[in-house]
Design a protein around this ligand. Structure first.
Ligand SMILES: [Fe+2]
Length: 303
C-alpha cells in the first residue's frame, strides 16, 4: 500500500496562454482559481483549490506532477525511499508552497526528468465547484484529478520506480501493434481509480495525454460537440478501452499533446482479488482516427 493517495495536480508550460485560457475554461469546462504575476493561472474542477497550473514558456509540455499524501509522516516515508534510490530531493520553498496552495512539499525528478512534487495539506476552495459547461461535474475528489500518460525512456526502469519507490500498484498493461507502431503501456494506480499514472514509450513529449472523467455520459457528448465545432484536432473518436473501460475520445490541447475526455471508468476496489492482465488491444470498440473513419464511411456511401 502506498502513502500516495491521489494525483493532485499537473503543471504545464505553454507558449500560448490565451489559447489555453479559452481551451481549459470554454472547451473543458474548468474554472480559473488563481492568477500569477507572469500571466500564468491555476484551474480547478472540484473542491480542490487547484488541479492544473499553467505557466508561460516554450516547452509546451508537462513540467510538474503533484502527488498527495496524508501528512508529514507519509511524506517522509515516500521521500526516504526516493533518497534510498539515489535520487536527489529538494524542499519546496515558501514561494513554491504558496503557489501550489499546499501545506508542504518535497520535489525530485522522476527517471524521465519531470519534476514530481509530493505534498500534503492541499487548500480546498471556499465555494463548491460549478462548471460553466460540464453540467454534472467531474469525477475527481479523493480519486484525484484524473490520469495521465508519462513518457518513459526505459519503461521497465520507470515502472520499477513508480511501483517499488513510489508504491503505486500495477493495474494492467496493453501491448500491441497498431499500424506498424508498437504500443507498450503500463497502467498503475494508487487509489480505486483504475490508473492515475500510466507509462508509455517513444513519446514525443513528456506527456501523451491527461484524462478528465465526468459524471454523466451526456457531458462527454457535449464536449465532443464543442471540440468539433471549434475545429480542434481529434485524434481518436469516441470508443471504449478494454482495461479501464472508459468511454472517451481524444483531441489535441493547444500545446500539441492530447487530452482524453471520458465517462464510466471502472475502479479497482480490492487489490487482493485484482488480476493484472496484459491486453492485446487499445480499444474494445471505436477510438478510430477520424480520417480513417471518414475514408471508410465515404467509400461506403459511393458503393
Ligand atoms: Fe487515458
Amino acid at each position: 500500500m502506498t502513502e500516495i493517495k491521489q494525483l493532485g495536480y499537473l503543471g504545464f508550460e505553454v507558449a500560448d496562454l490565451k489559447a489555453w485560457e479559452h481551451f481549459t475554461t470554454d472547451v473543458l469546462g474548468l474554472g480559473q482559481s488563481q492568477h500569477f504575476a507572469n500571466g500564468g493561472f491555476a484551474l480547478r474542477l472540484d473542491e480542490y483549490q487547484q488541479r492544473f497550473i499553467i505557466q508561460p514558456g516554450q516547452a509546451d509540455d508537462l513540467v510538474c506532477v503533484g502527488l498527495e499524501v496524508e501528512n508529514k509522516e507519509a511524506l517522509t516515508a515516500v521521500i526516504s525511499r526516493v533518497q534510498a534510490a539515489g535520487i536527489a530531493v529538494g524542499e519546496g520553498d515558501s514561494k513554491l508552497v504558496e503557489q501550489r496552495q499546499v501545506e508542504a512539499l518535497t520535489t525530485f525528478k522522476e527517471p524521465g526528468g519531470v519534476q514530481f512534487e509530493v505534498y500534503y495539506g492541499p487548500q480546498m476552495a471556499a465555494e463548491p465547484f460549478q462548471s460553466q459547461v460540464v453540467a454534472h461535474g467531474f469525477k475527481a475528489g479523493a480519486l484525484g484529478l484524473g490520469h495521465f500518460v508519462l513518457r518513459a525512456g526505459d519503461l521497465e526502469a520507470s515502472l520499477k520506480f513508480v511501483t517499488d519507490v513510489l508504491g503505486f500498484r500495477l493495474s494492467d498493461r496493453i501491448i500491441c501493434d497498431i499500424g506498424g507502431y508498437h504500443v507498450n503501456i503500463a497502467f498503475t494506480h494508487c487509489n480505486p481509480r483504475h490508473h492515475s499514472l500510466a507509462l508509455g514509450e517513444k513519446l514525443p513529449k513528456h506527456i501523451h495525454h491527461f484524462m478528465l472523467e465526468v459524471n454523466d455520459i451526456d457531458d462527454v457528448g457535449q464536449c465532443w460537440d464543442r471540440v468539433v465545432n471549434e475545429g480542434i484536432t481529434v485524434w481518436n473518436a469516441i470508443g471504449r478501452h478494454p482495461n479501464d473501460r472508459m468511454l472517451s475520445f481524444y483531441a489535441e490541447t493547444p500545446s500539441g499533446f492530447q487530452f482524453e475526455f471520458g465517462w464510466g471508468g471502472r475502479e479497482i476496489l480490492d487489490d487482493d482479488t485484482w488480476d493484472t492482465y496484459v491486453y492485446d488491444r487499445i480499444s474494445d470498440w471505436g477510438h478510430e482516427h477520424p480520417a480513417q473513419m471518414f475514408k471508410k464511411m465515404f467509400k461506403k456511401q459511393k458503393s
